[in-house]
Design a protein around this ligand. Structure first.
Ligand code: ZN
Ligand code: ZN
Length: 279
């Protein structure tokens, strides 16, 4: 395997990543990547540790455009952003954006992270969802559906991030008809926008998930509809730029996918291209 050689979802020290942008680009190039898309977390006003500072946004754009020039003809670099539903950022200066939902807004106006530590999630479910994990999941998928339908991103980011704490908290049964129906109903509306569904290996790379987002039943249905997928590492540390890719490819092959989409190595031919999967 090892034919993807691209990630359209990486974070750097401009937000909560560990690696500087120029070092991320160098590592990707040394690994043989043909393309790389930077996607800093867009600014929001309540969780500054996990997003770009509004005052740094121009520097981020300049630095990624500079790297784009530096690597021109050797590795295609794109300026993207991962825009949370609650971000205040505009996407107009970016080549593309990933839409994600990372937070719930509580009735008092504060926020709880979808991928916050388990005790924070449990408190949110107890206090704001009638102690019912399915109520929380339904809220997540419906917020995400509305956001994607309205904003039309290039990529749907970690579609079922809501599973983040479920192996510890068992908030709902991932096999249940109720859960699967709510997930697929939301996904169907997103599919109609033409967005790419991300197979996100970041949780596997960081050791808190055993398989990528989203679950196989979601990937199966997406394939039946004719949807396109992109494998992304959601990388926060250059050493993990393609971590989990082999597993992701194996899962996709087992479901019947024969290709994925990646960022194009030649921007003049378009931003995206398809690449065959081989076992
Ligand atoms: Zn994210
Ligand atoms: Zn991310």
């Amino acid at each position: 395997m090892r034919n993807i050689l691209s990630s359209a979802h990486v974070h750097t020290t401009f937000c909560d990543g560990k690696t500087m942008a120029r070092d991320m680009a160098r590592t990707a190039y040394e690994m043989g990547f043909v393309s790389l898309g930077f996607t800093s977390h867009a600014a929001q006003m309540f969780d500054p540790a996990h997003c770009i500072a509004p005052l740094s946004e121009e520097d981020y754009k300049k630095e990624i455009r500079r790297l784009q020039q530096e690597y021109a003809g050797r590795m295609a670099i794109y300026l993207g952003i991962e825009r949370d539903m609650l971000s205040c950022s505009d996407t107009k200066d970016y080549d593309y954006f990933i839409a994600s939902v990372h937070y719930f807004t509580r009735p008092d106006g504060t926020h709880s992270g979808v991928d916050a530590p388990s005790q924070v999630m449990q408190k949110y479910v107890d206090e704001c969802c009638d102690r019912n994990g399915l109520v929380m999941a339904e809220r997540y998928f419906s917020l995400f559906r509305d956001y994607v339908v309205e904003s039309k991103p290039a990529i749907i980011g970690h579609f079922d991030l809501v599973r983040y704490n479920n192996s510890i908290l068992h908030l709902y049964d991932e096999e249940s008809k109720e859960y699967r129906t709510m997930a697929l109903d939301a996904l169907r509306a997103m599919y109609e926008t033409g967005a790419l569904l991300e197979v996100n290996t970041g949780g596997v790379a960081r050791g808190y998930m055993t398989d990528p987002y989203p679950s196989p039943f979601i990937l199966k249905e997406w394939k039946a509809w004719g949807g396109e997928v992109i494998i992304n590492s959601d990388c926060h540390d250059a050493r993990l730029l393609d971590a989990g890719y082999t597993q992701a490819e194996e899962i996709l092959l087992s479901i019947g996918y024969d290709h994925v989409v990646r960022l194009s190595p030649d921007p003049e031919k378009g931003m995206w291209e398809t690449i065959g999967l081989t076992s």
